[in-house]
Design a protein. Structure first.
Length: 420
């Protein structure tokens, strides 16, 4: 087996009391057979009763992650040349930290998923399948190209989720910010109709068991989604996503600083067959709790028009938080209040200036009777500066632990519940 060095550390610093009503409890041995958490939770701020262990801190710009039934971690790393690829990480001595690493594929990518017999990985222009036996260190057969020639440019990163009956859901983001004739240029009108919607800005379903599929072989499940990177299945198998809203209402259309910072909401909701969330014609104003027309299509920030007929979100998150991953918690390690709901990882904003940037956290969306309550709560935040940790990926371990990755600073954590 190939071994690569990892820098691991266990800080013995004192407890730091966090912000937003969260706290950092002193970590101790959880139970027999489980590793201890880091004394400072690896730099994370968590709710009382939770602690974190830094699993790996040199995978590079790690994006999405998946955890196999034996605890192996598959990490999609985005980067140029040798920096990017698909990695296998393993804890071989039971201390909870990855001490074995193997690069399985060289292309940069974002999406990764694991099933009982395969690992799926998505570079920007394709989806790959690696036949896999749990516990192995090599694929059990040749790499297969499931889907090829996916569109690139703009929101190029692809994310994947295997579903029931051999379905494979793939997010294909938009080429542009708001389908303008001149992308991101002041006062440029929107193309009408927006032909991007024919091949992009939606979620497609492909056959996870077939190979050599092209984009036209997929079935468009949902549309009007500028960039729905955070896709996941609820416990019943229903598809959900959190979506990146549009940018530059101020720079391109003269909206005031507050309107630019608070619009549009980052929408989270079900992606049922035929769903249309309205991009590029509409956006959701979280203050008015309704969809309004985009200025590229004659909107003034108040006019609703045909946007009233578009699919409405289950939850409206603050603007520009940039959701990158979502995960429904189906384990039993966490308290009952976290079961059946969804975690959402936010990379953080850039377009709220000159008002403060925001996001940079993992939030939790409670569900009751299979439906989102419409609320959310902060679950994880950086222990240092607001932008010191930018979450990208979520996965659940076989014991119900929550794994979180961040491309800044390039780390993976395991979060466990220890009680108050």
């Amino acid at each position: 087996m190939q071994k690569m060095p990892f820098r691991f550390w266990l800080s013995l610093t004192s407890i730091v009391i966090g912000t937003m009503g969260l706290s950092q409890p002193l970590a101790s041995q959880i139970d027999r057979g489980r590793p201890s958490c880091d004394a400072d939770n690896g730099g994370l701020v968590l709710p009382r009763g939770f602690c974190a262990l830094l699993v790996a801190d040199e995978p590079g710009r790690v994006r999405h992650i998946a955890v196999a039934s034996n605890g192996d971690i598959f990490a999609a790393v985005r980067g140029r040349g040798a920096e990017g690829g698909l990695f296998l990480l393993r804890d071989t001595n039971g201390d909870g930290r990855a001490d074995f690493s193997k690069k399985l594929h060289d292309e940069s990518g974002t999406g990764v998923a694991v099933t009982s017999d395969a690992v799926y990985f998505s570079p920007d222009d394709k989806v790959l399948r690696f036949p896999w036996r749990v516990g192995g260190t090599e694929p059990t057969g040749p790499m297969e190209v499931i889907v090829h020639d996916l569109p690139v440019g703009g929101h190029a990163a692809k994310t994947v989720v295997p579903g029931a009956g051999g379905a494979l859901y793939v997010n294909i983001g938009s080429r542009t910010n708001s389908c303008q004739a001149a992308d991101r240029q002041a006062r440029s009108p929107g193309r009408d109709p927006c032909t991007e919607l024919e091949t992009r800005a939606g979620i497609w379903r492909f056959d996870a068991r077939a190979t050599g599929q092209g984009p036209s072989d997929g079935v468009r499940v949902a549309t009007g989604l500028r960039n729905a990177m955070a896709i996941s299945l609820d416990p019943s198998g229903r598809l959900y996503a959190a979506v990146h809203g549009r940018d530059q209402l101020s720079a391109n259309w003269g909206f005031n600083d507050e309107d630019n910072a608070e619009n549009p909401a980052e929408e989270f909701g079900p992606m049922d067959l035929g769903s249309d969330y309205g991009w590029p014609y509409c956006y959701f104003d979280p203050r008015a709790a309704r969809k309004v027309q985009n200025p590229e299509y004659g909107g003034d920030g108040r006019t609703v028009g045909p946007c009233a007929e578009k699919t409405q979100p289950a939850v409206a998150f603050p603007a520009h938080w940039a959701p990158l991953s979502s995960l429904f918690y189906t384990g039993d390690q966490f308290p009952s209040g976290y079961r059946g709901g969804a975690f959402v990882a936010f990379h953080g904003s850039w377009n709220r200036a000159p008002l403060p940037q925001a996001g940079y956290r993992v939030a939790y969306v409670p569900f009751q009777n299979g439906q989102a309550t419409g609320e959310y709560q902060s679950f994880l935040a950086p222990g240092g500066t607001a932008t010191s940790i930018r979450p990208t990926g979520l996965a659940m371990g076989p014991d119900g632990s929550l794994y979180v990755s961040a491309d800044v600073p390039g780390k993976i954590w395991r979060i466990m519940y220890v009680g108050n």
